[in-house]
Design a protein around this ligand. Structure first.
Ligand code: ADP
Ligand code: MG
Length: 214
């Protein structure tokens, strides 16, 4: 299927469009074209499924940069990822779209000095990208406050379940604001993802991209 949507059609800010041009992305992938407008123009929860390599990070990262308030120093979005490599990669990818915006994105993962993470968290961060274990460490130490988040993003949700992080995810959810929206991104949609969504999301829009729609 040919993709005739352009990044300009999706409702992103000019600053974000400029950052996309700098990054060298020419046109949105299908999952980006379908997810970005829903993120920007509704407050629906979303389950987005598209195979690995289809640009799911930018599908949530680009609109997220337009949705957070850089003036407020409180954490507004938590992106949960299954591994430290992904925490670094996803935070770097979102950071690469930041352009001139004063949004701070911080990766939080085990194995890195907790003091260094504390210093960065204290500086005022809008988007935290973290692995479940270390996020819980910070919640227990009260060095991370998720009570004001507007967006919870479960990235690579199938991997997170495969790695047995369900209890950690539930624990983290208890520390979050009930009014937030939840966005779940996954390469596959096994029954346990549907169960997770039914248990923790009060209704959602399902955006699923078939293989041939790449
Ligand atoms: P997924 O999470 O779906 O597996 P990623 O978000 O990791 O995929 O993206 C895979 C690669 O594609 C990354 O290198 C990313 O920078 C690149 N990419 C994402 N969107 C686009 C686009 N619209 N045009 C070109 N490259 C893109
Ligand atoms: Mg991904």
């Amino acid at each position: 299927m040919s993709n005739i949507t352009t990044f300009q059609d999706l409702g992103l800010s000019q600053e974000t469009l400029d950052a996309i041009v700098k990054k060298g992305f020419e046109e949105p992938t299908t999952i980006q074209a379908r997810t970005i407008p829903v993120m920007l123009h509704s407050d629906a929860n979303i389950i987005a499924q598209a195979q690995t390599g289809t640009g799911k990070t930018a599908a949530f990262g680009l609109p997220l940069l337009d949705l957070v308030d850089p003036v407020s120093r409180t954490v507004q979005a938590l992106v949960l990822v299954p591994t430290r490599e992904l925490a670094i990669q996803v935070s770097e990818e979102i950071n690469s779209f930041r352009g001139s915006k004063k949004v701070r994105i911080v990766p939080i993962y085990g194995g890195q000095s907790i003091d260094q993470q504390l210093r960065r968290l204290k500086q005022g961060v809008q988007i935290v990208v973290g692995t479940p274990g270390r996020i819980i460490d910070h919640l227990n130490r009260k060095t991370l406050n998720l009570t004001a988040i507007s967006h919870l993003i479960l990235d690579e949700a199938d991997e997170m379940l495969n790695m047995g992080f369900i209890d950690e995810m539930e624990e983290i959810l208890k520390h979050t604001n009930p009014d937030k929206r939840t966005l779940l991104f996954s390469a596959t949609m096994p029954d346990k993802i549907k169960k997770l969504a039914n248990d923790y999301m009060e209704g959602y829009e399902l955006i699923a991209v078939e293989k041939e729609q790449l």
